[in-house]
Design a protein around this ligand. Sequence first.
Ligand code: DGY
Length: 322
Amino acid sequence: MGHIYLTRPLGDVVEQFRQQLPGELRTHYTADFPPSREELLESVRGAEAIISLVTDRIDAEVLDAAGDQLKVVANVAVGYDNIDLGAAAERGVLVTNTPGVLDEAVADLTLALILATTRRVAEGDRFIRTGTEWIWSPEGYVGLDISAGATLGIVGLGRIGMAVAQRAQAFGVKIIATGRRAHDDDARSLGVSPASSLNELLSAADIVSLHCPLTEDTKHLIGAQQLQAMKPGSYLINTARGPLVDEEALADAIESGHLGGAGLDVHEFEPATNPRLRTMDSVVMLPHIGSAGDVTRNEMASLAFRNVVAALNGEKPITAVG
Ligand code: DGY
């Protein structure tokens, strides 16, 4: 039996599963950094399972370095754009992800970013930390009242988008959406109206929030043209994947005053962040922490391990991709 290679330590969950695994579990030594490419290629050699994270590029080279005995790549994330699905399918390697268990955490963070940008929370915090003398002012840090009739546009209404809609409904915002669930009854019961096109959504929304997967088709889904189609003064929120947005075009749209600001948990060239956006007060940037809830991260790890146990025992994984 080959080993199971885990690309980062994942806390207590690992010990819960170690005994259930049919092979030896080998783990990269630090949670702070992923294995280098060389370490990854060396460590997967002879593995029957790889448990990967969004920071690990799992492509044909890695799959071949592992060898023919490799059965499954279990990604500890709902997104799996870091894995070459075609290369995995050609080699008969199963791929699994962790849908469902992080919807609430990502939706919570999306609302945090919506409020942080529209109500200028991070900007106010930065100001206070300068130690500058100040006094309450009727015009100081006035932002968008989302509860006063603002429209939220959810691009890619799936599980996470629905959790965002559920929270947004409590703020009394109007919600429009594109995506596979935009016409569902449960979306309607959350007050979601389907938009007939992305352009319609962009031109109607005060806040546009992205919740679609990154594929070849969705790369730069939001570029210069789409940003121009957005309402003057509106906000862009991205808790999905950085390359959905052309960041230089976004910086132009904010710099010109067309957009009110942006809230970005993910970045086009992660872990690099855009130097222009970093200088803008109306932009809130986070280090990809959408799923970083204590319970959520354990559930993601646990689901990945359960997928590995199933696949190595010849059973159907719980959440196979494709
Ligand atoms: C996901 O699950 O895809 C997240 O982005 C990882 O935190």
